[in-house]
Design a binder for this molecule. Structure first.
Ligand code: AQP
Length: 336
C-alpha cells in the first residue's frame, strides 16, 4: 500500500523594501529561508505595504521592491520551489486585515513595543498604519494558514498577537485559521552595526559606513570593515558582552568562512586588529561577490523578474482568495 503523504507544513516570511538588503538580513533570515524552502511549502513576499508606514519616495519604493525580490533569488530562493510575490499584488492581505482590525483590541495593539519605538523614531509621522501594522502582519500570515513563521526576537510580540487574533476568530465564528508557531532557526546570528556595535545592523541606518549591503562593491566592503569600530584591546577574543565590535567581526568571519569561533581565536593568536580586519574584509568580499553578480544578472532582466513575481502573485492569490471567501462568509458578508 502507498504510504499516505502528509501535506508539507506551510511557512511564510517577508522583508520590507525600505532599502537594499544587508549582510544582516542574509545571516539572520535569507540563508535560513533558502534551506527551509526544500522542507516546507514556502511563501516569501516583499512587504511593500508595511514599508509605507514610514514615508517612502514612490519611485524608490518601486525600484527597491524589485531589488529585494531579485536579492531573494540571488541568495537562493527558487521561484519554482517557493511562492515568491509582492504583498500589494495580493489585495486579500488588506481585506483580511480590516476584518482582523475589528477583532483586535485597541489596548492590546497599543502594547506593541515596536510601535512605541518606531513612533519615537518617526515622531513627525506617527500614522495609523504604523499602529495597525501588526494586524496587517497577522493577515499576511493567517491568509495562507502558515504553520510556522521565522521571526527574530523583535517580531515575537507581533506573532503572539497573530495567534490571539486567530484563536479569537476561530472561537467567535468557527475553526478557520491555523494558529501559527514561531520558527526559531537552528543557526541564527544577529549582525551588529559596524559603527555602533551595540545596535543591530539596519538597512535604513543613516550612516552607510555602519552597514554592509549585499550590493556593495569589493572596495566598499574592504573600506567599511577597515573603519569598523572595535575597542582599545589588541587581541582577537570573543566577548559579546564587553567587546561588541570585535565579537561582531568574528561572527561575520565565522559566517563567511565557516570557521568556528575557537578556530578564529587560534588563527589570530599574536596578530592585531589590522591583520584581522583585512582577513574579515577579504572573507566578506569572497562571500558577497557571487551573490552580487547573480543579483546584477537577475536585476538587469526586469521583464523576467516582473513575470516571475506576477506568477508568484497569482499563485498566492489563488490561495488567499479561498481563505478570504471563508472569512467573509463566516463574518456575515453577503456572497452575491
Ligand atoms: N542585523 C541583523 N542581523 C540578523 N538578522 C537581521 N534581520 C534584519 N536585520 C538583521 C532579519 O531580517 C528579517 C527581515 O527584516 P526586515 O527587512 O523586514 O526588517 P527589519 O528587521 O526591521 O530590518 P532593518 O534592516 O532594521 O530594516 P528597517 O530599517 O527597514 O526597519 C527579519 O527576520 C530580521 O530579524
Amino acid at each position: 500500500m502507498e504510504p499516505t503523504q502528509q501535506p508539507r507544513k506551510i511557512i511564510l516570511s517577508g522583508m520590507q523594501p525600505t532599502n537594499n538588503l544587508t549582510i544582516g538580513q542574509y545571516c539572520g533570515a535569507l540563508r535560513n529561508w533558502v534551506e527551509l524552502q526544500h522542507q516546507y511549502d514556502s511563501l516569501f513576499c516583499v512587504v511593500d505595504q508595511h514599508a509605507i508606514t514610514v514615508r517612502q519616495e514612490p519611485a524608490k519604493l518601486r525600484k527597491r521592491t524589485l531589488d529585494v525580490a531579485a536579492m531573494y533569488m540571488a541568495a537562493g530562493i527558487d521561484p519554482d520551489v517557493s511562492t515568491l510575490f509582492v504583498q500589494s499584488s495580493v489585495p486579500e492581505h488588506t481585506q483580511l486585515a480590516w476584518v482582523l482590525e475589528c477583532l483586535a483590541g485597541f489596548g492590546e495593539v497599543s502594547r506593541m513595543t515596536q510601535f512605541k519605538d518606531k513612533s519615537a523614531q518617526h515622531a513627525d509621522n506617527v500614522n495609523v498604519g504604523l499602529f495597525t501594522y501588526p494586524v496587517l502582519m497577522a493577515a499576511d500570515i493567517l491568509l495562507y494558514n502558515a504553520d510556522l513563521v521565522p521571526v527574530g526576537e523583535d517580531q515575537r510580540q507581533h506573532l503572539e498577537l497573530t495567534r490571539n487574533l486567530a484563536e479569537r476568530f476561530n472561537f467567535h465564528y468557527s475553526p478557520t485559521f491555523t494558529v501559527p508557531e514561531p520558527y526559531i532557526p537552528k543557526v541564527g546570528a544577529k549582525i551588529m552595526s559596524l559603527q555602533e556595535p551595540e545596535k543591530k545592523m539596519s538597512k535604513s541606518d543613516a550612516n552607510e559606513k555602519a552597514t554592509i549591503f549585499l550590493t556593495d562593491s569589493d572596495a566598499e566592503i574592504r573600506s567599511k570593515i577597515k573603519r569598523a569600530v572595535t575597542d582599545s584591546g589588541t587581541d582577537i577574543r570573543f566577548d559579546a558582552e564587553r567587546r561588541h565590535g570585535v565579537a561582531n567581526l568574528m561572527t561575520l568571519y565565522h559566517i563567511t568562512t565557516g570557521a568556528s569561533i575557537a578556530e578564529i581565536e587560534q588563527e589570530f593568536v599574536g596578530l592585531g586588529y589590522a591583520e584581522f580586519k583585512e582577513a574579515v574584509g577579504e572573507a566578506i568580499v569572497a562571500f558577497i561577490a557571487p551573490v552580487r553578480s547573480r543579483y546584477e544578472a537577475l536585476r538587469a532582466d526586469e521583464d523576467t523578474l516582473k513575470a516571475t513575481l506576477r506568477r508568484g502573485g497569482e499563485h498566492a492569490r489563488d490561495r488567499a482568495r479561498k481563505t478570504l471567501r471563508k472569512v467573509y462568509k463566516k463574518t456575515g458578508f453577503v456572497e452575491l
